[in-house]
Design a protein around this ligand. Structure first.
Ligand SMILES: [Ca+2]
Ligand SMILES: [Ca+2]
Length: 207
């Protein structure tokens, strides 16, 4: 992560050569027993307030709390993996300092997962999957038992299928609503025997 490498480099430079007059120096904190670097506070915009606070294990970053907007409130949370690479970024959907959205690093095939806590209680109840900027599918945990029970599938940005596990226990859909390429509701299909084969239900309305 370039930001953090920059921060660490800045500490190294500051410790060797002091700091320039314009930018306040990063403030490192060390474990008193081990002398390992455990925290780094940076005032990037020089307004006198820390806006990037990074927790580290030595030179390996663990997570950062960032006030990107300079509002005095954290609005970005960065989490690093064991190799020190940025793994996911937390944000607040309403900008009130409550972290409720987590955007993961791209997978090798270019898919990006976004976890959401729609109740804003840190419990993830919706996962969205993107290819580029396009939402391609989503999973919801409607009853809050930690398992998905509703699945949405999109094509070219249009919702095409919404599938439901109406038992909230099977872990797979038994009903699905199908939409046409314009996003208009078409029909309902059901797989009541769990065979994986859905057949059209003529008498059922959209759920
Ligand atoms: Ca600042
Ligand atoms: Ca569920």
């Amino acid at each position: 992560m370039s930001r953090l490498r920059g921060v660490i480099l800045a500490v190294a430079v500051a410790s060797v050569a002091g700091c320039g007059p314009a930018a306040p120096p990063p403030h490192p904190s060390y474990d008193p027993a081990t002398r390992r670097l455990v925290r780094l506070d940076v005032d990037q915009n020089g307004d006198g307030r820390v806006d990037v606070r990074t927790y580290l294990d030595g030179n390996r970053p663990l997570r950062s709390e960032i006030d990107e907007a300079g509002s005095g409130r954290i609005d970005r949370w960065e989490y690093f993996d064991g190799a020190g690479q940025l793994a996911r970024v937390g944000t607040s959907s309403t900008g009130d300092g409550i972290e409720d959205t987590w955007t993961h690093a791209l997978t090798p095939d270019g898919e990006r997962r976004v976890d959401l806590s729609t109740a804003r209680d840190r419990r993830v109840d919706r996962r969205e999957f993107y290819l580029g900027d396009d939402l391609i599918r989503a999973e919801d945990d409607v009853n809050g038992d930690g398992r998905p029970d509703k699945w949405e599938t999109y094509e070219s940005g249009v919702l095409r299928v919404v599938a439901f596990d109406t038992t909230y226990g099977a872990g797979r859909p038994d009903r699905r609503a199908v939409y046409d390429a314009d996003g208009q509701f078409s029909h309902v299909e059901a797989d009541l025997d769990g065979s994986g084969v859905f057949t059209r239900v003529e008498s059922e309305g959209v759920r």
